[in-house]
Design a binder for this molecule. Sequence first.
Ligand SMILES: *Cc1c(COP(=O)(O)O)cnc(C)c1O
Length: 435
Amino acid sequence: MTDPRRQVPRTDTLLADPQLAAAGERLGRGLVKGAVRRVQQRIRDGEVAPPDAVDAVLASLPTTAGSLRPVLNATGVLVHTNLGRAPLSEAAVEAVAAASGTTDVELDLGTGRRGPRGEAAIAALVAAVPAAEAAIVVNNCAAALALVATALGAGRELVLARGELVEIGDGFRIPELLGATGARLREVGTTNRVTLADYRGALGPDTGAVLKVHPSNFVVRGFTRAVEVGELAAALAGTGVPLIADVGSGLLRPHPTLPDEPDLQSTLEAGADLVLASGDKLLGGPQAGLVLGRTDLVQRLRRHPLYRALRVDKTTLAALEATLRGPLPPVQEMLAADLEGLRARARALAARFAEAGIDAVAVDADARVGGGGAPEQPLPSAAVSLPPSFAERLRQGAPPVVGYLEGDRTLLNLRSLPPSSDEDLAVAVLDCASP
Ligand SMILES: *Cc1c(COP(=O)(O)O)cnc(C)c1O
């Protein structure tokens, strides 16, 4: 009997194979070496024949040196935090690629001197929200809140309504974040009701700012009362106390499909001194925290030492600028999608699957904006309905497709998926069905 170990190709021999050497150049030698080791073990275990070693290594290599993979979002949740929130537009992807190397993010090529960082992205933001005098960009909306609370509220009081002490998700609680900055929270009103008198009663020499936080993932119904930004701004006029509004979703303007969702332009027009939002929710751009509003307040934030710890990378600035200046990003397209178009896509896909012998039908379904805003507002959509066993197999397929189970059916909701992905979706489903 021959020792199977003797037949295991040596690591050096495998790494010297031209195809594996090329893969090493592209993905890194360490990554290929790891794959070689695992295949050698499979040969020892009798799962792979020694002559197939190179093919087995090649088959097990990832397509990129990173392990994050593209996933098709058929959940019907447009902004899905677990799936990376907003997909970038092609224009933004190209801008990211262009900025990824050495780039003029902080250099004025005309004079050869240092220039203001990310000036073009800031200019694009201010152009998109004309009510803003100035803007800065930080890592995410939580960072924007932390910066504002530190710069305007540390050692002082931040006034906010009890009904706005919200948890965004994954244990992220606004009051805990604000408390961690050294600002004292001065809570006003009750969970369901707050009046202008409540706010007025809380103002004093220690007030650093009044903060309004949009409850972006729940609604309070029944015996409720809130104070709108306009009313609050009028009451604060002349007091010198800034009014800060965290609107969350990053809508630039009012959106006809989402009448209850606050937007940056209207909130500033109503009298907020600063507005805060995420870049990767309904704006449809990269992860970022946007702060827009009064020049003097934005300057205070920019000069605060914490700003340096929260500032964004060149690729974020590039993606944000291209999202604002380029064609509508995918999230905006999804919001604008019309039901007949979605139904037609569902019917075409279902017919193709049925032809291949799969029990598939097109059905109407609801979609949602998701953690990005507009809680409880269903968006009409269409889906392909498949047998239940597809949900798990599709999630583990190539490319992975994330749908959901409803009753005893797997639904693939098309509103959260760009039409350009329908072909990939079809291939993934047909792959799953073939034995
Ligand atoms: C989503 C959200 C946040 C957190 O934003 P990130 O960009 O994820 O940090 C803060 N406030 C509101 C109102 C939100 O909706």
